[in-house]
Design a protein around this ligand. Structure first.
Ligand code: ATP
Ligand code: MG
Length: 198
């Protein structure tokens, strides 16, 4: 073995030891609160990826979507067929509407379904897509959200997506990722694409 190979092996051994120690010390088993926030593309995609992963393991999942796009919804078309319950804001808040009262009613309707999911021990994973905006705009009470998260079944994992997640939700979360915008096709005048953007 050359000197360089030897050094490489020693470094890798040290690294392996550190990783093994960390794995051995991670013993707690509980449902997670995950937050995917930031201005870059990939937050909802990540949330739905996790739901797909859980469904693939035979887990029961539920989804709430707080911002209704004007377009078709690929993830719903797929996951509903696999038994995932969807609660989508039927009317009201989209980027186009500016009626606060109607938006609040629409948000509250979905939030009531979220509270049921967050009390349902048969659900393993719950995705609350774009929930952050509802808290920012005060359509849903922050304290109510925090309480529902804290009181959920201990094995249940919850994923929250959306830009500018409230500091208190971030503090309560176990895992928080911020997706940074490096560039986005839209800025070059490219249209949102079916199968990629929705
Ligand atoms: P995705 O659903 O693709 O994972 P996202 O959830 O991270 O995106 P949102 O803020 O929810 O992002 O916006 C949803 C839509 O806006 C998607 O069509 C996405 O491609 C687009 N989008 C996301 N980030 C940006 C950006 N930085 N600039 C322009 N459009 C964006
Ligand atoms: Mg999104």
């Amino acid at each position: 073995m050359t000197q360089e190979q030897d050094r490489h092996q020693q470094r890798q051994q040290k690294l392996k030891q550190k990783v093994d120690e960390k794995i051995a010390s991670a013993v707690e088993e509980k449902g997670l609160l995950l937050v995917i926030t930031g201005n870059g593309k990939g937050k909802s995609t990540s949330g739905f990826g996790t739901v797909a992963r859980a469904v693939g393991h035979g887990f029961k999942c539920g989804v709430a979507q707080f911002i209704k796009g004007t377009w078709d919804n690929g993830e719903r078309n797929l996951l509903e067929k696999l038994g995932v319950a969807f609660h989508v804001m039927a009317t009201g808040f989209t980027w186009e509407t500016q009626n606060k009262q109607a938006d609040t009613i629409a948000a509250q309707e979905v939030w009531q379904e979220c509270k049921k999911m967050l009390q349902d021990p048969s659900l393993d994973v719950v995705l609350l897509d774009e929930l952050t905006y509802m808290v920012t705009y005060d359509y849903i009470d922050l304290e109510e959200v925090l309480t529902a998260f804290k009181e959920r079944p201990s094995h249940q994992s919850v994923i929250v997506t959306g830009r500018a997640a409230h500091r208190s939700i971030i503090e309560l979360a176990d895992t928080v990722s911020e997706v940074r915008n490096v560039k986005h096709a839209f800025e070059s005048g490219i249209k949102a694409r079916k199968g990629v953007d929705w």
